[in-house]
Design a protein around this ligand. Structure first.
Ligand code: ATP
Ligand code: MG
Length: 602
């Protein structure tokens, strides 16, 4: 392609709307334009990148025996009502765009396709002989994200590869899951990204686990905890670890102490001159279930620890049945406004004890009249601990479970694992932390959707049973930007060869010079003929502008028909390390072709 004929518009300045390097660079280098919040026009250069990523994804998926299909993006509400997810996706998370048609039927723009694919499986799979089956698609997804940001990282419209597998038993599911683990590792390796596979939260869906594929980068929205020995890596939402040991308590008798102005743990620790490991803090939450029922929750946890809200939400989802509900719609820390609705008197915030009286909860419709109390495993073994007294300005010290406070029946792991903790698999390993961009997520779903939507098959012994399912997603557009986030310098993008929009660019410093033009034209057509995807910068621009643009756009190899032409040579520059050499013209095509193939074979 000739730049003179392309839509090729680069910006010298960083666009104000962009916060992270990859977002700035993709806008500056003319890969995309913002149309509205979370909505981007993918321009021709970006489309080539996306197509290359998709091609790698296809190859790796097809190699496992998965088959490509294409499902409707418009989905009827009825399917989501059948699976029980309509309310969660429209009300709770509110992440699904919905609309109506001329017959007043409700529809949604697909944020994901479990419902649709399960319907297809229900209608087409009858017998165990048709299993296992794995279908995938590469398609635009729609999600009304709360905070669309960072360009392609979190869009409201983005490209995803989503695959769904169906099985007769969990062994078969596990086999496909393992194949996907390998396929995803291959995809990320081939696209040139440094990544880590991490244990991930499977939500309350259960199943026997899920793995996220994280590209490590400062701009990542996820936190990954890992150990140096490479044996443990998990999303912080899911991570487990051994907490620091508690220091023995300095308090030997139970008493109430005046502790003025100590509503934060730091202040109590300071005032009582003790370790936070000797304090039990009591944290208040409010959970709203899908049937509208609300429950106030008190979590007692060692004060040096933090509540992990993902773990808490999973615990509360598992308890939904106790309240006649099936899932959690919202989990919040009740603020003053919310407290105003139910609290019969002002709460002793900052001084709450594990036994805060149920009398604080007024009679309100749909509100559970009793606190749901739970204790984290870190707080259970504590002796002679300090905690709130349910009275502002006072704490108690020297308290014990079974004496002053009843130990909640619900003893749970609800703590956030953190950097510096010891690892469970080997306590000599210390937990480290890194930021990650989630590129892919593979999931053993079990039979949640097949059971809800009646996707059953006849088993070998003639029984009608719901199929086991797995699902597997890769953010294709997010991957494109993550590649930039991992690979750029002060001059611009440095694309990995495998997903660069073009492999090479031939730059003509002065198009008025007939020799330069002739040499460039010849190289341009020979390189393309040899399979090296090559651009020709034949614009009427200054040489300096052309060099800057080539660097900004990040094409791996640059060939300049400049001064050394009189010696039968051109300058060849590698974008990655800036290495430049004068090369005899007749060697250029085979050399660059060799570099490209070597990079693609890696
Ligand atoms: P996240 O936690 O980042 O919101 P998710 O758990 O919602 O991701 P999945 O539903 O598993 O993501 O989707 C599969 C993949 O699609 C993700 O791993 C990610 O790469 C990509 N993805 C998800 N949401 C977006 C988005 N808003 N913009 C771009 N890519 C996305
Ligand atoms: Mg999401």
């Amino acid at each position: 392609m000739r730049l003179s004929q392309m839509l090729f518009v680069t910006l010298r300045e960083d666009p104000a709307e962009a916060e992270i390097p990859s977002h700035k660079l993709l806008l500056r280098a003319g890969y995309m334009r913002r149309i509205s919040s979370g909505l981007y026009a993918y321009l021709p250069l970006l489309l080539r990148v996306l197509d290359k990523i998709s091609a790698i994804v296809r190859e790796e998926m097809n190699a496992t025996g998965a088959q490509e299909c294409l499902l409707p993006q418009l989905q009827p509400a009825s399917l989501w009502q059948e699976s029980g997810r309509w309310d969660t996706y429209t009300k709770a998370e509110g992440i699904m765009f919905t609309l109506g048609d001329r017959r007043k039927q409700e529809l949604a723009l697909g944020p994901t396709h479990e419902e649709v694919i399960t319907t297809v499986a229900r209608d087409t799979i009858r017998s165990y002989k048709q299993l296992p089956l794995h279908l995938y698609q590469i398609q635009t997804k729609f999600r009304d994200e709360i905070r669309p940001r960072f360009g392609l990282m979190r869009g409201r419209e983005f490209i995803m590869k989503d695959g769904y597998s169906f099985h007769a038993d969990s062994d078969s599911l596990k086999q496909t899951y393992d194949d996907m683990y390998q396929a995803y590792s291959n995809i990320l390796r081939r696209t040139g990204l440094a990544f880590r596979a991490v244990d991930a939260d499977s939500g309350a869906i259960g199943g026997s686990g899920s793995t996220e594929f994280m590209v490590l980068a400062e701009a990542g929205e996820d936190e990954v905890l890992y150990t140096e020995d490479g044996k443990y890596a998990a999303n912080v939402e899911k991570a487990i670890s051994l907490p620091a040991d508690a220091v023995p308590s300095p308090f030997d008798t139970y008493e109430k102490r005046e502790t003025p102005d100590t509503a934060t743990i730091a202040k109590v620790v300071n005032f009582l001159d003790c370790s936070p490991t000797q304090i039990v803090k009591d944290v208040l939450y409010q959970v709203t279930y899908d049937n509208g029922h609300r429950v106030l929750v008190i979590v007692s946890i060692r004060a040096d620890q933090d509540v992990n809200e993902t773990k808490l939400q999973n615990i509360l989802t598992n308890l939904a049945g106790d309240y006649g509900a099936s899932t959690v719609i919202a989990l919040t820390v009740p603020d003053e406004v919310v407290q105003g609705v139910w609290a019969t008197k002002p709460l002793p915030l900052g001084y709450i004890a594990p036994d805060l009286s149920d009398d604080y909860i007024g009679e309100v419709e749909n509100l559970e009249p009793k606190f749901l109390r739970m204790v984290d495993e870190t707080a259970v073994p504590l002796k002679n601990f300090a905690t709130g007294s349910n009275e502002k300005g006072f704490h108690v010290v020297g308290a014990n479970w079974g004496k002053e406070f009843e130990l909640p029946k619900l003893q749970v792991d609800v703590r956030t694992a953190m950097m510096g903790d010891r690892a469970v698999h080997d306590p000599s390993q210390i937990i480290q932390t890194a930021r990650g961009i989630e590129i892919g997520h593979i999931f053993q779903l079990g039979n949640k959707y097949s059971a809800a939507l009646g996707a059953t098959y006849t088993s070998e012994n003639g029984k009608e049973v719901p199929m086991e399912m797995g699902c597997y997603g890769v953010g294709v557009s997010r991957l494109a930007q993550a590649a930039v986030e991992q690979s750029y310098d002060k001059n611009g993008i440095i694309w990995p060869v495998a997903i660069a929009p073009y492999h090479a660019i031939v730059v003509v410093p002065n198009i008025g010079d007939a020799d330069q033009m002739a040499a460039a034209e010849k190289l341009y057509s020979e390189l393309n003929a040899a399979g090296v995807e090559t651009l020709l910068d034949d614009r009427k621009e200054r040489a300096g502008v052309k060099f800057k643009d080539a660097e900004l756009v990040g094409i791996p190899f640059r060939i300049v028909t400049g001064r050394s032409l009189k010696d039968g040579k051109v300058e060849v520059v590698k974008r990655a390390d800036g290495a430049a050499e004068d090369m005899a013209i007749e060697e250029v095509v085979s050399t660059v072709k060799g570099w490209v193939s070597a990079a693609l074979d890696d």
